[in-house]
Ligand binder design. Structure first.
Ligand code: PGA
Length: 249
């Protein structure tokens, strides 16, 4: 099985019903793209975003889910609820959730298992802080996050990993292509199904740097924050992944 490129947008706590015209604007580019396209809007927009994608090549995902199937968890949503709203994927363990909500690797693993159970593809985020990179511990930190956040049951491993150095998120800074290549190779070596698991890079991906990052062997796509809010920027990133018509047959 070959890995297909995935270009995923993470709208974070941004967007409104008025922003859903984004899907019509991006649809023609998505149709031509040699990549799967995913948008993760806030949970309140998920069902409408899913309808806006009907008939297009785009899919929608959640930004988080609870580890439990249902119950007394005010303010949370379950993986099955995301699925019912039309999601195919769910981002888990994003560094903003790890920082703002104290999410541990063990919790991320529990959420990933809940997501798989509900038929969602978990997009599990890992990444080191600036201090950890400067101390030469980036690979060690990411390896330990991976070891503790991946689901236990490797036979049902349909998942995506997103390597997002924390210091590169929303800062305009990007890891060098050499550092990204080295980290993605290190991640791939540690995956239970290395050949089929998609590894995305995230952290200030923009139209200007997407092509260089996406051309790396072990980079199977991008998780895009800020630049996924503008249809023109996101379309340019999708185009950097190549067009179906450019495929050698
Ligand atoms: P950014 O965010 O592209 O704005 O840096 C990436 C992310 O947080 O997924």
């Amino acid at each position: 099985m070959t890995r297909r490129t995935l270009i995923a947008g993470n709208w974070k706590m941004n967007g409104s019903v008025a922003a859903l015209g984004f899907f019509d604007a991006v649809a023609p580019v998505a149709k031509e793209a040699d990549a799967d396209i995913l948008i993760c809007p806030p949970a309140t927009l998920l069902a409408q975003a899913a309808s806006a994608c009907t008939g297009s090549e785009m899919r929608v995902g959640g930004q988080d889910c609870h580890a439990a199937v249902s119950g007394a968890h005010t303010g949370d949503v379950s993986a099955a609820m995301l699925r019912e709203a039309g999601a195919s994927h769910v981002i888990l363990g994003h560094s903003e959730r790890r920082a703002d909500h104290g999410e541990s690797d063990a919790l991320v693993r529990a959420k990933a298992e809940a997501a798989l159970q509900a038929g969602l593809v978990p997009v599990i985020c890992v990444g080191e802080s600036r201090e950890e990179r400067e101390a030469g511990r980036a690979i060690e930190v990411v390896a330990s996050q991976l070891a503790a956040s991946l689901p236990e049951n490797p036979d049902r491993m349909t998942l995506v990993i997103a390597y997002e150095p924390v210091w590169a998120i929303g800062t305009g800074l990007t890891a060098s292509v050499e550092d990204v290549a080295a980290m993605h190779e290190a991640i791939r070596e540690r995956l239970p199904e290395p050949l089929t698991t998609c590894i995305l890079y995230g952290g200030s991906v923009k139209p200007g740097n997407a092509k260089d990052l996406l051309s790396l062997d072990d980079v199977d796509g991008a998780l895009v924050g800020g630049a996924s809010l503008k249809s023109t920027d996101f379309s340019a990133i999708i185009e950097a992944a190549g067009r179906k018509s450019e495929l050698v047959r």
